[in-house]
Design a protein around this ligand. Structure first.
Ligand code: OOG
Ligand code: MG
Length: 265
């Protein structure tokens, strides 16, 4: 049975207050087991509109569940997307207060800086590379609002795909000069290697992932815009971290990006 409008707003308030108050909540599918993906994206859109009413600006999008392993784990065949807002952008040189989160995890990503509007349903990875001004190394910090980071696909979509913060490195390179598919990555925590992988972990090629996003948005008459930052999807598993930890992600050719976390004030 489709959700009524009033219930949408109730779920939006539920997820929004969980994020603001940094508290984990029961997943919404426990109460609304029939919630479908279309309804989940509608709730996500309303959640972002609520953030905008509070003064946030959309600055791009992120793609999730782009590795076959993660899709199999969730029993799905499709990636998901969410929005990035300006308050999510964190800086390498400003330690983030751990108290801002519930149970955060860090994951390595490649950020695409889009140079031209991209709209359509037949967009290819080549189109994405042509219209991308730069790619840069990035770390996404995800922080599901759900208990124990456990959810269904509809739950996570409604929760803006666990988006919380992201950091972009300072080396921005044209994607035309790189082979993003073969690019190697090492993620370390406090100087110890935690994950290694390569660009191909993201739907075979990170630009394929961005093409998927454009085509998915295109079905709803939407697209991505000049100036958008797109996080193309985690290149390895996400790792947990604690106050005072430092996370460093190093890519071949693309340089590195890091962030550190402090315990309070
Ligand atoms: C969903 C978000 C996943 C990615 O890059 O795969 C994501 C989650 O695992 O909480 O951002
Ligand atoms: Mg991610």
């Amino acid at each position: 049975m489709p959700l009524t409008k009033g219930i949408d707003n109730k779920i939006v308030d539920y997820l929004y207050s969980a994020e603001k108050e940094r508290r984990e909540v029961e997943k919404i599918s426990d109460q609304y087991p029939d919630l479908n993906l279309e309804e989940a994206y509608r709730i996500q859109e309303k959640l972002i509109q609520k953030r905008e009413e509070d003064g946030c600006r959309r600055i791009g999008l992120k793609i999730g569940l782009t590795s076959k392993a993660k899709q199999e784990m969730m029993g799905v065949h499709e990636a998901i997307y969410g929005y990035l807002t300006d308050d999510m952008l964190a800086l390498e040189w400003e330690p983030i207060n751990f108290q801002e989160w519930i149970h955060p995890k860090a994951e390595p990503e490649i950020a695409f800086m889009i140079g031209e509007d991209l709209l359509g349903t037949n967009v290819t990875a080549e189109d994405v590379i042509r219209e991308t001004k730069y790619v840069a190394p990035a770390i996404e910090i995800i922080d599901s609002r759900y208990v124990n980071f456990k959810f269904t696909l509809a739950d996570v979509i409604a929760d803006n795909c666990s988006s919380s913060k992201f950091v972009v490195g300072s080396k921005w390179v044209s994607p035309k000069t790189l082979n993003l598919e073969d690019i190697g990555m090492v993620m370390s925590k406090n100087g110890e290697i935690a994950q290694t992988s390569s660009g191909a972990a993201v739907l075979g090629h990170p630009a394929e992932s961005v093409a998927w996003l454009v085509n998915k948005l295109g079905e709803a008459g939407k697209g991505i815009k000049k100036g958008d930052i797109i996080l193309s999807g985690a290149i390895s598993e996400a790792i947990s971290f604690a106050p005072n930890d430092n996370i460093l992600v190093q890519f071949d050719e693309l340089g590195s990006v890091s962030f550190s976390c402090k315990s309070s004030n």
